[in-house]
Ligand binder design. Structure first.
Ligand code: SF4
Length: 464
């Protein structure tokens, strides 16, 4: 009989969370690799909004779902951890009722191992909760913890998570590496499959329902912005064959009728002519009615007339440009990803291609160490003047980045020893006064969005 592995996507514990094409893509890739290696995989997705048992547990009001597969999660208000007790906002557990989680765990009699993933460093309470319950139900089964939190904060994870093994690996988890770990844990495991990273297709079929599929046309990023951990998490910039990517999209569209696809790429438009452009041309040639989304933002410098046309014709819906700041000095410090005039030009190209102004947004970074209110306000105004919608992106300090050292120095919290303080909602690198005045910046951005005709785009609450 095939050995069974349980794979867990844990709850989110936070002040706010929204399903903006949020799926555990790394875990789903892992699931498909493990199946190819000969395991039976049982996925427990704590963030499953379609879990059929929630109603029986007394949850009457289903999470509101919105356009293109986005929407709210199930949520239950819970006491905030004592470290965050000074923050006057409700704190919640997002995801399924833990009683359902326990029932799901019990359906697998003797799992060979349990693999738990992790995302944001400050979401570790959900990871710990999952591991605690797993240990209650399957005390003799080895628990392996991986993912982003485990990679960025391995010391914290090893000390406090109670996982039997913490895999802290930069780069996509290599199938070969995983095979070695499993060999040690499971004596009768003999797989010789020679798998490549980012293959086979991620196991979206294990989800209760596929509203959308997340894609990676590449992993890593050739840029090195000082506040970003992309270089640490994925040290190499690797591109997939665009035609192979098209085959994947065709597979999900034909077999599961998926129409919405969200790119998780950090640098989608780099070398567009030989890469994503080839893919989009293929979509057009085949006359497919698909919708594409880019929640991570696009590089302004690569939006020329042809690219803008192609994005529009192939079915991109809401464009998000990675502006970050219009303040010249800060822009230089952040790595200067585009030159003067390029933002204006990119917005003109997008409008000429057919995107209405209310579908062109720009991310404005706020909360950086040393950044002032005025600098953020200036950028919001600038975005509005250019005719795009400003979306605020709250800075979260990330270990192993260049800005981290400065963040530790200026923060009003002990970032080094407590990942809960990395939470962007508490603006850890701004002082109390600046934190209190954040609402004025949010209001400014909202007003400009309204003025430019955006009814809450996608129905998303104005947290971005
Ligand atoms: S912020 Fe974006 S462009 Fe900069 S390094 Fe990270 S992923 Fe690359």
């Amino acid at each position: 009989m095939k050995p069974t592995l349980i794979l867990i996507n844990p709850w989110i514990y936070d002040f706010a969370a929204y399903d903006l094409w949020a799926k555990p893509l790394g875990l789903l890739y892992l699931a498909s690799q493990l199946r190819t290696m000969g395991f039976k995989v049982h996925l427990i997705d704590c963030l499953d909004v379609y879990n059929p048992h929630m109603k029986q547990m007394g949850y009457r009001k289903k999470p509101v779902r919105r356009q293109y597969g986005t929407g709210k999660f199930w949520k239950q208000t819970v006491p905030a951890p004592h470290q965050l007790s000074t923050i006057q906002r409700p704190y919640s557990r997002y995801g399924m009722d833990p009683r359902i989680f326990i029932k799901e765990l019990k359906t697998v009699e003797r799992p060979a191992a349990i693999l738990v993933t992790s995302l944001m460093t400050y979401w570790y309470p959900g990871v710990f909760e999952a591991i605690r319950l797993v240990k209650d139900i399957h005390p003799d089964t080895p628990v392996i913890l991986g993912g982003i939190y485990a990679t960025l904060c391995p010391g914290h994870a090893r000390k406090y998570s109670h996982a039997d093994l913490v895999i802290s690996s930069s780069g996509q988890c290599q199938p070969g590496e995983l095979r070695q770990v499993l060999k040690k844990l499971i004596p009768d495991f003999h797989s010789k499959e020679n798998l490549e990273p980012l293959s086979p297709y991620p196991a979206f079929d294990l989800l209760t329902r596929i509203d959308y599929v997340c894609l990676l046309s590449s992993s890593g990023c050739p840029f090195r912005c000082p506040y970003c951990a992309s270089h640490f998490l994925s040290p190499h910039f690797l591109k997939r064959d665009p035609l192979e990517l098209f085959e994947e999209v065709l597979f999900w569209h034909k077999k599961y009728n998926v129409q919405d696809f969200a790119f998780y790429d950090d640098a989608l438009l780099v070398d567009a002519g030989t890469h994503i452009g080839v893919f989009l041309e293929e979509v057009l040639k085949n006359n497919l009615a698909l919708r594409f989304h880019c929640p991570n933002g696009l590089h302004i410098t690569y939006i020329d007339r042809d690219t803008a046309d192609l994005l529009y014709k192939a079915g991109f819906k809401m464009i998000r440009l990675g502006l970050e700041t219009s303040h010249a000095k800060l822009d230089r410090e952040l790595g200067k990803k585009f030159s003067e005039g390029e933002f204006e030009r990119s917005v003109i190209h997008l409008k000429k291609a057919g995107f209405p102004p209310c579908h062109i947004g720009a991310y404005v970074l706020m909360g950086l160490p040393g950044q002032t209110h005025d600098q953020v306000a200036e950028t919001i105004t600038y975005v509005g003047k250019v005719g795009a919608l400003p979306y605020l992106s709250e800075y979260s300090p990330i270990p192993h980045t260049e800005t981290w050292k400065q963040a530790i120095t200026v923060s009003r919290f002990d970032l080094g020893s407590e990942p809960l303080f990395h939470n962007n909602t508490i603006f850890p690198c701004w002082n109390e006064d600046a934190f209190r005045r954040v609402s004025t910046l949010k209001k400014m951005a909202q007003d400009i969005r309204k003025l430019l005709g955006s009814k809450t785009p996608l129905g998303i609450p104005p947290i971005y």
